[in-house]
Structure formats: structure tokens, C-alpha cells
Design a protein around this ligand. Structure first.
Ligand code: CMP
Length: 513
């Protein structure tokens, strides 16, 4: 029997060891070209294989020239040679499966799973070889179960971490590049390993978190939502004192934030401003925006604050600082008169913009102004409600309002009122409940006049009743048109026919004749 026959004998393979060796080297080279990132593993695999092959050459020499096949030198050399060669082959096959075949069908196995499969293959190989060498496996399995139990007990924590790592990788609940918060730490996931996960914080620090902690506690994955871009909401607070209306502050700030894009601030949802609290001398506001680059919290906050500051300055508002102010005001007669004078002038100016009262003399207008009461409304508030009893006549001074009427269980817009408009006259002049609901479309300022003062004016100036009855008839026809679906022509006819009738009713109601 030649030496080469002894080598084949030791290898125990059906294709000759030379064929296997050449085939494996060729496959290794090919794989190294296809999967260059796995070159190290292929190289290590081939080295293992060649070491095993060298061992087989030695075993064959022991067979031929040494103590023979029954010697323990031969058996041990052969066992380890086959083990080394097997490990080498498993590694190369592993690269083929996990780096070439699975990615080709778009399956990406987690690193830990790959390692586990390889480890299982090594164990199966070792046991198979032992079995073929005639080693009593039952004994080994029994002892190894005891040893495993002992090791498992003493390595509880480590195993917990490993299982945690395994679950993290398999379920992909956290991935590299995610921003997470665990306890007091917040950072970007850099690495998920068997035992621990590493995050890098914005402070340039690295936090190493045992995987078992990630599995036991809550982990906040920042800015992640299914099928949505990654962005997280941030709050920037500021204070403005009570001289400025909340609606005006939020509008000025929102306009400035949305005008030109700010780097790393999402356009959708758009940044917005809300009033969060009233304190002793100022209101607290917050700008809320969605940050797209989660690393840049402070710089983007700063950018947003700069915009807020500039917007407030432009609008003639300034930031307020938490302060306790004590106002000493001497309530003397001249101050009171000055204040009343200013108020009266504001009302007179507002009346100048109301067409209905254009014919009033200066004296009449001054009397009327003295009876007006200012009533501000925030956007969305109802100024009058359909069906309620009418107490006031309204003049819209600032902002816009919409008139809505109830139709088929819902409401429908009838008209939009702008500054200078009079409303609430229908209920007041006919004694009927409010015919529609008027809602502030923006923050709005109204002046209102009570029924007595209004009656006074009508009695003194009956022509105002006439002019009002025209608009009243038209408005009523518009309401009917929405409620009953009238055509444009039918609406006009109804307005014309209703006018005289209304005027009569109004005169009777106010006993004007
Ligand atoms: P009043 O019915 O007292 O309360 C609701 C008010 O809405 C009503 O008076 C009118 O002043 C106003 N209004 C009703 N219909 C219209 C309309 N078509 N256009 C403008 N204002 C209207």
C-alpha cells in the first residue's frame, strides 16, 4: 500500500483528498472575488483546512512508518486533522450560504444567527467524528448536560445578555443608526453585539448597555414611525408679556417659522406655536417642530430661537423675563379722563368705518361711541349662536367672521363678514331668535351695542331702520337660499318682496311710526 493510499485512508473521503483540496481552494478564490468583504473568513477557513490536510499527511506517515492505525498517536492526529479540515470546509460553505446565496434571494441573516448556525455545525462535526472514532457519546452527552447546567447557572447574566442580543438582532427592534433613549442616556446605536449594545451620545460619549437591560426596560426609539420619515418633535419655550394677545404672538412666530425652510426642520408637519400657560406677568409659549437630523437638537433649537426673536422684534413684541412687578398707579381724575378719552377716540375711529352710521352727526356718533362695549373673540369662538335670544348688535372692527346656518344636521357657511360689518341686527330688530351662528374666523375684535341704545338710535334716525331692512331682507333671502336651495333669481325675488314687509314689522316692533 503506497503512502498516498494511507493519506486517503486517513481522510476517509470518497473523492480523493487532492480533489477536495483543489476544489475547496478554487471555491475559496471564487468566493473571495464574489464576496470581497468575506475574504478574511475564507482565508481563515482555507488555513484551517490546510492545517487539517497537513495533519492527515502526518497521520498517514504514522500509519505507514510509525506505530500503525491502532496507536493513539494515529487516532488523535487523525481526529484533530479531520476536525480542522471540517471547520475549514464549514467556514467556506458558511460564506457561500450567508454572504452569497441568501443575499441573492434578498434574505439577510443576522450576524448572531450566522454565528449560531456555524457553532452548531462545529458541534455536530465534532460529535460525528467522535462517534466514528468509537468514542462513547452517551457518557459525554450525560456529563456535558451536567456541565451545561452548572455553566448555565453560573452564567445566567451572560446568557441573558446573549439571548437579549439574539432577540434584538432577530426581531430587528433596534437597528444600527437608530436613535434610542435608555434611562438617562440618549444616543445613536453604533453596534449590537452578543452581550451589549453600544450607543454614541451627542456629547461624543459612548454608552455600553447590556442587552438584558434593553430587553427588560423600556427603550424609546426616537423619531421612528412605521412608513414615515425619521423625525422627532422638539419644544422651544419662550415668554411674552400680557400686553400682546396670544393670537398675535402665535401668528407672528408661525409666519416667520414657515416662511423659509430652516435646516433640519421638517416641512411636514409644519412648525407651529402654541400658548401653553399664563403666569404672573406673562404668557408661556412653545414652538413645536419636527427635527430631521436627530443629532442636531441644540443647534436647530438655537436656529428656531433666533427666528422667534426676530419675528417678535418685527411685530413690535419683546420677550418677557420671569419678573414680579409691582405697579403703583395714582388713580387721579385726570388719568381716568385721559383713559376714557383714548377709548372714546378708538371707538369713534371704528364707527367711521361702519357705513350704516355714515349719516349720523358728530354729536350722535359721540353718544353712540360712549355706549359701545369692546368684545374680543379668539379664533373659532362663536360670537352669536343660532336659536339664542338676541341682546346685542355687533360691529366687527378687526378680523373676519363666518356666518353659518344649520342645514340637515350639519351647518353650512352663508357669508363671511369683514371689518366694518354689522351683524346681530335680525334678532334685535325682529325679536326673533338668532337666525345664524357667527364664528370668529381669526382673532376678532367687536364692539357691541345693547338693545336700548340701538332702539334709541332707530327712534332718532328711522332711515337707519330703512337701510337695515334692505340688508336684512337680502340676508334673510340668502339664509333661505342655503336652507331651501333657492335659485339666484328666486333669492332676489324673495329679498325684494320681503323688504317692505320687514320694514313694517320693524317699525311696529320699535313703534317707530
Ligand atoms: P341675528 O339673526 O340676530 O344673528 C345671526 C346674524 O348673522 C344675523 O342676525 C345677521 O346679522 C347675520 N347674518 C345672517 N345671514 C347673513 C347673511 N346672509 N350675510 C351676512 N350676515 C348674515
Amino acid at each position: 500500500m503506497s503512502y498516498w493510499n494511507h493519506v486517503q485512508d486517513a481522510a476517509g473521503m470518497s473523492p480523493g483528498p487532492a480533489v477536495v483540496t483543489l476544489g475547496l481552494i478554487a471555491a475559496g478564490l471564487l468566493l473571495a472575488i464574489i464576496a470581497p468583504t468575506a475574504r478574511r473568513r475564507i482565508f481563515v477557513g482555507l488555513l484551517f483546512y490546510l492545517a487539517g490536510f497537513g495533519g492527515l499527511l502526518i497521520a498517514a506517515a504514522v500509519h505507514r512508518w510509525g506505530p500503525g492505525v491502532d496507536s493513539s498517536a494515529y487516532r488523535v492526529t487523525r481526529y484533530f486533522s479531520l476536525l480542522f479540515a471540517g471547520v475549514g470546509i464549514i467556514n467556506v460553505i458558511g460564506v457561500l450560504i450567508f454572504r452569497v446565496l441568501l443575499p441573492a434571494v434578498r434574505l439577510e441573516a443576522a450576524a448572531i444567527l450566522r454565528d449560531l448556525v456555524l457553532a452548531a455545525a462545529y458541534v455536530v462535526l465534532a460529535f460525528t467524528l467522535m462517534g466514528r472514532m468509537g468514542v462513547n457519546l452517551t457518557g459525554i452527552v450525560a456529563t456535558s448536560a451536567v456541565v451545561t447546567a452548572v455553566i448555565g447557572f453560573s452564567l445566567q447574566d451572560t446568557l441573558g445578555n446573549i439571548m437579549g442580543g439574539l432577540a434584538l438582532q432577530m426581531e430587528r427592534s433596534i437597528s444600527i443608526g437608530d436613535w434610542i433613549r435608555v434611562g438617562e442616556h440618549e444616543g445613536m446605536v453604533r453596534e449590537i453585539r452578543w452581550r451589549q449594545t453600544t450607543i454614541e451620545t451627542r456629547n461624543w460619549d459612548t454608552v455600553i448597555i447590556p442587552n438584558s437591560a434593553l430587553m427588560k426596560g423600556n427603550v424609546l426609539v426616537l423619531g421612528r414611525r412605521q412608513n414615515q420619515p425619521r423625525q422627532t418633535r422638539l419644544w422651544v419655550y419662550f415668554n411674552v408679556d400680557f400686553r400682546h394677545a396670544p393670537g398675535a404672538v402665535t401668528a407672528a412666530v408661525e409666519e416667520a417659522l414657515r416662511a423659509e425652510p430652516i435646516a433640519n426642520v421638517a416641512a411636514d408637519p409644519a412648525p407651529h406655536c402654541i400658548c401653553t400657560e399664563f403666569r404672573d406677568s406673562y404668557a408661556v409659549y412653545a414652538v413645536r417642530y419636527w427635527l430631521t437630523n436627530l443629532a442636531l437638537t441644540d443647534p436647530t433649537n438655537s436656529e428656531v430661537r433666533t427666528r422667534i426673536y426676530a419675528a417678535l422684534k418685527r411685530a413690535g413684541m419683546s420677550l418677557s423675563i420671569p419678573a414680579q412687578s409691582v405697579f403703583f398707579t395714582s388713580e387721579d381724575q385726570s388719568r381716568k379722563e385721559r383713559k376714557e378719552q383714548q377709548d372714546q377716540e378708538r371707538k369713534l375711529a371704528a364707527l367711521g368705518g361702519v357705513e350704516l352710521f355714515a349719516a349720523l352727526t358728530d354729536e350722535e356718533r359721540r353718544t353712540l361711541a360712549g355706549r359701545l362695549v369692546a368684545a374680543p373673540f379668539a379664533r373659532g369662538e362663536a360670537i352669536t349662536r343660532q336659536g339664542s335670544f338676541a341682546h346685542w348688535l355687533y360691529m366687527l372692527i378687526k378680523g373676519t367672521a363666518e356666518v353659518r346656518v344649520a342645514v340637515d344636521g350639519g351647518t353650512q357657511r352663508v357669508a363671511t363678514l369683514s371689518p366694518g360689518a354689522i351683524f346681530g341686527e335680525m334678532g334685535l330688530m325682529t325679536g326673533e331668535p338668532r337666525s345664524a351662528t357667527v364664528i370668529a374666523e381669526t382673532d376678532a375684535l367687536c364692539y357691541r351695542l345693547d338693545k336700548e341704545s340701538f332702539t334709541d338710535i332707530l327712534k332718532r334716525r328711522p332711515e337707519i331702520a330703512e337701510s337695515l331692512s334692505q340688508s336684512l331682507a337680502r340676508r334673510r333671502a340668502e339664509l333661505d337660499a342655503v336652507r331651501e336651495g333657492l335659485t339666484e333669481q328666486a333669492k332676489r325675488q324673495r329679498a325684494a318682496s320681503g323688504e317692505q314687509d320687514l320694514l313694517r314689522k320693524i317699525k311696529a316692533f320699535f313703534t317707530l311710526d
